[in-house]
Design a protein around this ligand. Structure first.
Ligand SMILES: Nc1ncnc2c1ncn2[C@@H]1O[C@H](COP(=O)(O)OP(=O)(O)OP(=O)(O)O)[C@@H](O)[C@H]1O
Ligand SMILES: [Mg+2]
Length: 306
């Protein structure tokens, strides 16, 4: 494998141009076109936020109100935070149209001034979120854009779910994304309307990966290097871009057959995922990666607690 040294990420690249994902866009557009909701799911770095932003830009124009939230892990313990992000800016517009009990419950939950909890104000709060969305939709279509649902605080998830299940034909569409490692996206569907279309983002093809690297300025990579990046990254866009960057920054590019340099940023991400595994699974993986031809019997033995 040879690596040319004349590629660098140019300042003028437009990171949000979406490469590939045609089938996903077709399915999502069909669903959103008929007033439905969409949940994108898949592993870290696969491209969920990229697609979410593109669809939000496309459908945001047709909505009268666009509500957004993008929770983070460090803030996910704060009750009602996502709901405050979603409804904070429209609270003045809707609160006068809510019955007093709902208005008080919602205002104290969203402003953090009162001592609102789901236990104490349960029904009033749930109805308030539903009424607020209905009130907004009375004036025109509403688009809710929620990224990183895995970090939605549980109180907001509960309230959104309650409203979503009752919106019926009200023109409120939800466009959400959630990071998942397997098929555990279904519990996140509880925060979306019942007929939500869940779409999993799979790996990019080798040609798409090559286009992605080109587009980000990592041009001139030999085909064998692009193949190595595709294989090592498993078709994951973030992993591929990080590998591309590490190659661009590496003063001594790997020789043919040598493994690609793995940047610290990626190592941390992969280690995080490994830490979620059991002792047995980690031991099995260690033996699998160290053995020249690990047999099934060897892996079984490695995984056993003895
Ligand atoms: N189809 C694509 N076309 C162009 N760039 C992409 C595509 N998919 C992903 N990328 C790029 O790859 C990187 C990771 O993508 P993104 O942030 O959308 O992943 P994600 O699935 O939202 O990850 P996370 O779970 O960490 O939020 C970004 O730099 C993004 O611009
Ligand atoms: Mg994302």
């Amino acid at each position: 494998m040879t690596v040319r040294r004349d590629f660098k990420e140019p300042a003028r690249c437009r990171p949000d141009q979406v490469i590939g994902r045609e089938e996903l866009f077709t399915a999502a557009r069909e669903q959103l076109g008929r007033g439905g909701s969409v949940l994108l799911h898949g592993p870290a770095g696969i491209g969920k936020s990229t697609v979410l932003r593109a669809l939000a830009a496309e459908y945001g124009g047709a909505a009268r109100t666009v509500l957004r939230c993008s929770p983070t892990e460090s803030e996910s313990h704060l009750p009602f935070l996502a709901l405050a992000d979603l409804l904070g800016l429209v609270l003045d517009e809707v609160s006068e149209r809510l019955p007093a009990a709902q208005r008080i419950a919602l205002e104290s939950a969203l402003t953090g001034r009162g001592e609102s909890t789901l236990q104490r104000d349960g029904l009033a709060l749930r109805l308030a979120v539903l009424s607020a969305l209905r009130a907004l939709a009375d004036s025109g279509p509403v688009l809710v854009v929620a990224d990183d649902l895995q970090w939605l605080d549980p109180a907001s998830a509960e309230l959104l779910g309650f409203a979503a299940r009752r919106l019926g034909d009200t023109p409120v569409r939800m466009l959400c994304a959630v990071r998942t490692d397997g098929q555990e996206y279904d519990r996140h569907l509880r925060a979306s309307p019942p007929d939500t279309l869940a779409v999993r983002l799979g790996p990019l093809s080798s040609a798409q990966m090559s286009a992605l690297l080109d587009h980000r300025g990592y041009t001139g990579l030999p085909r064998s290097t692009v193949r190595d990046i595709h294989r090592t990254s498993g078709g994951n866009a973030l992993f591929a871009l990080e590998l591309g960057r590490a190659l661009a920054e590496n003063p001594t590019p790997p020789r043919p057959g040598e493994p690609l340099p793995v940047p610290t940023s990626l190592r941390a991400l992969v280690l995080n995922r490994l830490e979620m595994l059991s002792q047995e699974a980690r031991r099995t993986l260690l033996v699998a990666s160290a053995g020249a031809r690990p047999t099934l019997a060897l892996l079984h033995a490695a995984g056993r607690d003895n």
